[in-house]
Ligand binder design. Structure first.
Ligand SMILES: C[S@@+](CC[C@H](N)C(=O)[O-])C[C@H]1O[C@@H](n2cnc3c(N)ncnc32)[C@H](O)[C@@H]1O
Length: 265
């Protein structure tokens, strides 16, 4: 993917994105679980799907389905039918959301979406491993899970047209593994074995994601891969003094902060 292509994806579809943002907000209200996902993430993911038009979409970690509804609205809007959209999650809480969203927002999930309730560690995924043109949304967290993901999926992603998006991940230039502090066990939805990760280095300090962050960052650094931040806040989590360091390593656009990044493998 060209850097410029990445930087342009929101501008290309801004009207379509704004048109659908209201629908998403209605759905979002009906679901009632705003802690995982917001309008910013909707705008970014919806914009990416519309722009890149992936043939295959795999969602890892759906919980109550905010991100899945984002994917669904994008699939409705595309001028083509994706070949496969699959959402994999341990939890089956989506069925609760489906009832609420149908009743309160009058919206039905795109029928092409395959919902499966399973453990990613035991998921075969061969449809995706053999596919071209994949977008993967990774939102399951955990050290073991990211290792599995990087071992099994990253080599494939490298060879194909691909986009992997990671949720709940902030990055500050200069971060190294030793600067991370694992702060607490966090178990709202089957989180048995992973923790929040805190940045201990110089300001801006704060929670930067979950314990997959150092694993992913190490992987990306070792291979000199590119992290893409669709929009980055200069006033919020990042200081202007970091900008020179960011050049060439991270694609960024001035705007609002985000907890969604993508990696070009
Ligand atoms: C942060 S939530 C996902 C939020 C969701 N994307 C949204 O937009 O609301 C993470 C989800 O990952 C699921 N999960 C955790 N470990 C998993 C595993 N090993 N396999 C599949 N799903 C897992 C949890 O059950 C939880 O529902």
């Amino acid at each position: 993917m060209e850097n410029q292509e990445f930087a342009n994806f929101l501008a290309a579809n801004h009207r379509a994105i704004l048109d659908k943002a209201k629908l998403f907000e209605k759905i979002f209200d009906a679901i009632g679980h705003k802690d995982f996902w917001g309008l910013t993430e909707f705008i970014l993911l919806y914009g990416m799907i519309l722009y890149f038009k992936p043939k295959y979409i795999l969602e890892l970690g759906r919980a109550f389905g905010n991100s899945l509804y984002t994917i669904s609205i994008a699939a409705d809007s595309l001028g083509y039918q994706p070949e496969l959209i699959e959402s994999v999650c341990l939890a089956d809480t989506i069925f609760e959301s489906k009832k609420k969203v149908e009743a309160q927002a009058g919206y039905n999930l795109n029928p092409a979406i395959k919902i499966t309730t399973r453990n990613f560690l035991k998921y075969d995924g061969s449809a995706f491993l053999n596919a071209d043109d994949i977008l993967i949304l990774y939102d399951i967290h955990g050290k073991k899970l990211i290792r599995h993901f990087l071992g099994r999926y990253a080599p494939i992603l490298k060879q194909k047209r691909h986009l992997a998006i990671f949720h709940d991940f902030s990055y500050f230039p200069g971060m190294t593994k030793k600067d991370f502090l694992l702060v607490k066990k966090n178990d709202p939805l089957n989180y048995k074995d992973h923790c929040c990760v805190q940045w201990e280095g110089p300001p801006p300090a704060g929670i930067v994601g979950y314990d997959e962050v150092p694993e992913l960052l190490n992987y990306v650094r070792k291979r000199r891969l590119t992290l893409n931040f669709p929009y980055l806040s200069l006033s919020g989590c990042l200081d202007a003094c970091y900008l020179r360091e960011l050049e060439g390593f991270v694609n960024y656009r001035k705007g609002f902060s985000t907890s969604l990044i993508s990696v070009t493998f």
